[in-house]
Design a protein around this ligand. Structure first.
Ligand SMILES: [Zn+2]
Length: 207
């Protein structure tokens, strides 16, 4: 008897197995055959101790609901969403908690095409008008990727989106509490890119 799709997870698994499960869920979503509904029965079934197997850091964009695009049920993944998946201490602390206390072996940073936060940063750098309030934090954190991509490059936005994912991955790999488990191979931090139209998640190499 094979495992039911979406129920192949095991606590304390490897980063590789966790990534395979996450991507299998995305394939179910893309194929139009998800197996997980989000009704109260599923919530009740997962109401005991949680044993999530991955944490996904994504953008707040309303078109990128993470549990849906990975076809994950209650209790399966921890989700963090900020504008342009920008890091701050609360985000890093949350990931440190999930990895260190819950034993989650996989962290995925998921960017997406046509990201408004990246577009706003490109605009701010082109005009020299830095936004006020806490919005400035988002722009400041995305700006290095835009600069690396080249502000005058016609394809600056798609290039910066990819660079920003890779940069976020690099920062997390060097995080005080994550660097050790990453170096030991117990935890992987990977980057992905979501296609709004096809629903597909593609892995980005870490270069
Ligand atoms: Zn976005």
């Amino acid at each position: 008897m094979g495992a039911t799709p979406g129920q192949e997870r095991q606590a304390g698994g490897t980063p590789r197995a966790a990534l395979a499960d996450l991507l299998a869920g995305n394939r179910r979503f893309v194929s139009g055959r998800p197996v997980h509904g989000h009704d109260v029965t599923a919530a009740a079934a997962a109401s005991g101790d949680q044993q999530p197997y991955a944490v996904v850091l994504g953008c707040i964009d309303s078109r990128v609901p993470l549990e849906a695009i990975f076809d994950q049920t209650f209790g399966a993944i921890c989700v963090i969403r900020t504008g342009g998946h920008v890091l701050d201490r609360a985000v890093c602390g949350s990931i440190e908690y999930v990895v260190g206390q819950l034993g989650v072996p996989l962290v995925m940073v998921l960017g997406h095409e046509r990201c408004g936060a990246v577009a706003a940063t490109v605009e701010a750098l082109r005009t020299g008008q830095r936004p006020g309030g806490s919005l400035a934090h988002l722009v400041d954190e995305i700006a290095p990727a835009v600069t690396e991509a080249g502000i005058d490059d016609p394809a600056v936005q798609p290039l910066a989106i990819r660079r920003h994912v890779r940069r976020t991955v690099r920062i997390l790999r060097e995080d005080d509490l994550l660097a050790g488990p990453v170096a030991a191979g117990r935890v992987a931090v990977v980057g992905g890119l979501y296609d709004l139209a096809t629903g597909e998640v593609a892995l980005l190499d870490s270069g």
